[in-house]
Design a protein around this ligand. Structure first.
Ligand code: ZN
Ligand code: ZN
Ligand code: ZN
Length: 165
């Protein structure tokens, strides 16, 4: 199976290697286009975040980086995360205080996240009507400079019995 995941949960057994390779390619392109420097350290942190579709916290990243033998100063990891967030390469899941890779880096967006309460997998959705409704509500409230992410907790198809809806 060689599916590209752009909405909904990644099916079990999908070629996740492909998700990682695609994510790293996109990151390289986006950074080159913006003149942003994707240093080896930033690449490494992004790769670790993409190691699965489960969000990973800063502390988990620091631990994993330290396991590879090198000494990693936490501020280095926080700076790498700031860079990845600022360039839209990752999103922060506020309720988990953890990070996931963005599968659609190219555009600014107000994503929605489906968070499985059982296995912890997260799927990013881009439902235009949701984004439009938030934008309209913010506009009519005279609210500016906002950013939004919607977090929805439930059970993923795999945990719900492996039958796709
Ligand atoms: Zn994957
Ligand atoms: Zn995204
Ligand atoms: Zn699940």
């Amino acid at each position: 199976m060689d599916l590209r995941i752009t909405g909904g949960f990644a099916p079990p057994g999908h070629n996740h290697r492909r998700c990682i390779v695609d994510a790293m390619d996109r990151a390289a392109q986006v950074c080159a286009a913006r003149g942003a420097r994707l240093t080896p350290q930033r690449r490494r942190v992004l790769e670790l975040i993409w190691s699965s579709h489960k969000p990973v916290g800063a502390y988990g990243l620091i631990e994993q980086l330290s396991e590879s033998g090198q000494q990693v100063a936490p501020p280095t990891v926080y700076r790498a995360l700031d860079f990845l967030l600022a360039n839209g390469l990752v999103h922060r899941i506020e309720r988990l205080n953890a990070f996931v890779g963005c599968p659609e880096v190219e555009q600014d967006h107000a994503p929605q996240f489906l968070i499985c309460g059982d296995c912890g997998d997260v799927a990013e959705l881009r439902e235009q009507s949701v984004e439009a409704a938030i934008a309209a509500g913010a506009r009519s409230a005279g609210f500016v400079g906002w950013r939004a992410s919607v977090e929805v907790v439930g059970v993923c198809p795999e945990c719900a019995g492996g039958i796709s809806p």
